[in-house]
Design a protein around this ligand. Structure first.
Ligand code: FAD
Length: 447
């Protein structure tokens, strides 16, 4: 049985994975490139908020830490749409108060590191940048940011949990034959902005919602924070008429924001400075295979499958990797070659599926959430689901609230459902008879 495990990266997935392994008695060392973020002040514009949903909760529950994370999570029961003309609309995410939860990425990462360090057999080494993983010798090499000292450490297993631009993955790519690798940047980037709390610390927008300003080729979203702030993210093409390239001066910015987000501007007193000072970041999808090398080195989380954030699933998917791995440890009774083989075969189709769904949801969020035809389709689906819950679960619910349904199944089912809905939406006078028996029967006929 392997006993000593090295994890590269104390991000969200590396930290959670360490708890899973520690609870099984493994001795886990995590090597993290950054300084300990619990001891430094975060720079502005770096505090991304994430939507945590059922797959993620399942990952946390698996090691008994969901209640700890619940303390820093704010439920969001639906999308609050902000139209250009100032009108708003609320679209519930699911039924019976189903919610996704807003958490600050830094906050949840720090909690996970605390919880990991509470395990006696987990040690996190900070400022240690991985420079090499050697699958032949089972060693990983790190360079200390401050002292420049090089350390080489041996372990029975190595997990590369070092994110979308993983050094561990690059090492495997360079040292393996037939390593499949594909990366794709979407044409939009993002920038973090802020809506601070009101004078009494109150939330200036509806607290329990994910706010969206859909504008066709771009959008802004806002997620609530525990201290009354909203972290806003502007997703905008890098180039083109309405783009980061064309927002260079404060005048251009002011004109753009006042025209596109008139109701948000008065709530963003530091908008112009934030925009100028905060970085513009790109969004990448990474698909690769294999994830396992010589039965000893494995990739997990974003290192194996970075996806764009539009389905709110990157972290959730990474946490699900931990759940699946944990189940496989039971199933294969700690036979690691078998566990790792089964892990990559099981997870690859699902991570590919959520990667594709995330790209498709970009179009849905920025473009369609303001489109009456799309909203009508969602209403028809919700009504049908209400009446026939065994026959139709909307795609969003499959992905977000149904961890028992694999991402790959959800993708295929979503394609089948869309083909049916295309027929339904083409029915004459669908706007007036959308809730009729005729429409219901037509869906039943096509299922
Ligand atoms: C704008 C945006 C919004 C998002 N929204 C959501 C959302 O709503 N819901 C959701 O589920 N997901 C969301 N995600 C995705 C989510 O952030 C990632 O999927 C998640 O952080 C992946 O966790 P990870 O541990 O695999 O990687 P990371 O969190 O990136 O952690 C990797 C760690 O490895 C460390 N590291 C990197 N290189 C080295 C090295 N050479 N040596 C040692 N350590 C190293 C890094 O410092 C980091 O601590 C979003 C992402 C973005 C960019």
């Amino acid at each position: 049985m392997s006993k000593k495990v090295n994890i590269v990266g104390a991000g969200l997935v590396g930290s959670l994975l360490s708890i899973y392994l520690a609870k099984r008695g493994y001795k886990v060392n995590i090597f993290e490139r950054r300084a300990d973020m619990r001891k430094i002040t975060m720079s502005a514009g770096k505090s991304i908020n994430l939507a945590l949903s059922d797959r993620g909760w399942r990952g946390l529950e698996g090691v008994g830490i969901a209640d700890e994370i619940r303390k820093i999570a704010i439920p969001m029961y639906g999308r609050h749409i902000h139209n250009r003309d100032g009108s708003t609309a609320f679209q519930p995410y699911g039924k019976n108060n189903q919610a996704i939860y807003s958490v600050s990425r830094a906050e949840i990462n720090m909690r996970l590191m605390d919880l990991a360090e509470q395990q006696q057999n987990v040690k996190i080494y900070f400022d240690e940048r991985c420079t090499d993983v050697n699958k032949q010798t089972n060693t990983s090499t790190f360079e200390n940011n401050n002292t420049k000292k090089i350390t080489t450490d041996q372990s029975d297993l190595v997990f590369g949990a070092d994110g979308a631009f993983a050094a561990s993955r690059l090492n495997m790519q360079l040292s393996s034959d037939r390593f499949e690798y594909k990366q794709h940047y979407i044409s939009a980037g993002y920038k973090e902005l802020i809506i601070p709390p009101g004078p009494g610390g109150e939330f200036l927008l509806e607290k329990n919602a994910l706010h969206i300003w859909p504008r066709g080729s771009f959008m802004m979203i806002a997620l609530p924070n525990m201290d009354g702030n909203f972290t806003c993210t502007l997703f905008l093409p890098f180039e083109g008429e309405k783009s980061f390239a064309n927002l260079k001066t404060k005048e251009q910015l002011k004109t753009f924001f006042e025209a596109e987000f008139p109701d948000a501007v008065p709530l963003m007193p530091t908008l112009l400075d934030d925009f100028m000072n905060n970085p513009t970041s790109s969004l990448v999808t990474v698909k690769c295979f294999p994830w396992v090398f010589d039965d000893k080195v494995a990739l997990i989380g974003d290192a194996a499958h970075a996806i764009v954030p539009f389905f709110g699933q990157g972290m959730n998917c990474g946490f699900e990797d931990c759940v699946v791995l944990n189940e496989l440890i039971d199933k294969h009774k700690e036979n690691w070659p078998e566990i790792l083989r089964a892990y990559e075969i099981s997870r690859k189709p699902d991570s590919d599926a959520i990667a594709d769904l995330a790209i498709a949801n970009f179009v849905e969020m920025r473009d369609k959430t303001g489109d009456p035809k799309f909203l009508l389709q969602k209403k028809i689906e919700a009504r049908f689901n209400e009446k026939h819950p065994d026959k139709w679960i909307p795609l969003y619910s499959m992905v977000t609230y149904s961890p028992q349904i694999r991402y790959s199944t959800a993708l295929n089912e979503g394609i089948r459902q869309q083909a049916i809905m295309d027929k339904i939406m083409a029915m004459p006078d669908i706007e007036t008879k959308w809730d009729s028996e005729e429409v219901e029967k037509e869906i039943l006929k096509n299922i």
